[in-house]
Write a protein that binds this ligand. Sequence first.
Ligand code: HEM
Ligand SMILES: *[C@@H]1O[C@H](CO)[C@@H](O)[C@H](O)[C@H]1NC(C)=O
Length: 328
Amino acid sequence: MGFLVVKPTRVFCVYLACFLVTMLSLVSNGSCHAKLSSTFYDKACPNALSTIQSAVRTAISRERRMAGSLIRLHFHDCFVQGCDGSLLLEDTSSFTGERGAFQNSGSVRGFEVVDEVKSRVENVCPGVVSCADILAVAARDASVAVGGPTWKVKLGRRDSRTASKSQAESNIPRASDDLSVLISLFKRKGLNAKEMVALSGSHTIGQAQCITFRNRIYNETDIDAGFASTRRRGCPSNGGDANLAPIDLVTPNSFDNNYYKNLIKRKGLLKTDQVLFSGSSTNNFVTKYSNDQAAFYSDFAAAMVKMGDIDPLTGSSGEIRRRCKSIN
Ligand code: HEM
Ligand SMILES: *[C@@H]1O[C@H](CO)[C@@H](O)[C@H](O)[C@H]1NC(C)=O
């Protein structure tokens, strides 16, 4: 009988509990926590997206590699304190920023392009569009500009007022990391092994410096012999640390799935690329994406949206920087 007849007071209690839980979750997310939304600037700055897109296209037509450099900026921003533009801040007297971190120094690039995009956006709507959102939109536009997938970028991130070199060094993966470290660094950001493999597919474009792959081409055994000897020619065992090689040896300027095909032939340039195929928790995704570019595109796009959702500042947190390299 107790199963069938629910007393009115109990029903009321259930509603009340539900209401309280909802209120609590709103509060714990921060007061007035706004979720990111693709329509965030529709009223406040209707030309924001077209302005960013045309500036990004101009930069990439000037230098094709810039597409990769811009995608990488968004990644390195999001993995440190969330997608908050922290990477862009120069050092100040109150903090040592992320540009000088081991994984970024002499390596991440494209800051002048971001400054140029930002100044064009400030001309159409001053003080409205964050640097963090500019990085997210630029990454999408860069993918499209070199033949990659598109996606709807969620917007409404605000910019941090601080940055952290030490957090950058402990959160951004390194070319020397092994697979278990890579998996745990991505997991810490809410991204699983499959998403990590899909995101690594952006190594289908862009370049790496000799210092990041020297050990692989001279010392590793899990590498195609002809490929290793070709790469040694441009990367001596001593010196030439900054010499560049394309990460995807087949089509370094197009966003396609050759990156995965290379891994299957043991022609991954970075150790951290090749381990995705040698590891049993990731190799099936490499095989899948090597056979199915459409699956790669859709999983990459979804993973980029998810990466763009890492710990954004919203509501009244942070600020809208006037210039991306310094706080207001
Ligand atoms: C899985 C862990 C990853 C490691 C260890 C890693 C490491 C590296 C390294 C060492 C380089 C070459 C940098 C240089 O020599 O200066 C590089 C380049 C690049 N990375 Fe990654 N990466 C990882 C994941 C990602 C992800 C998730 C993305 C984007 C979603 C990304 C995008 C890029 C791009 C586009 C380049 C070329 C940049 C350019 O040419 O300017 N990487 N990465
Ligand atoms: C090869 O590995 C050895 C032992 O770890 C190391 O000392 C050496 O520097 C490596 N060589 C290159 C070219 O990276």
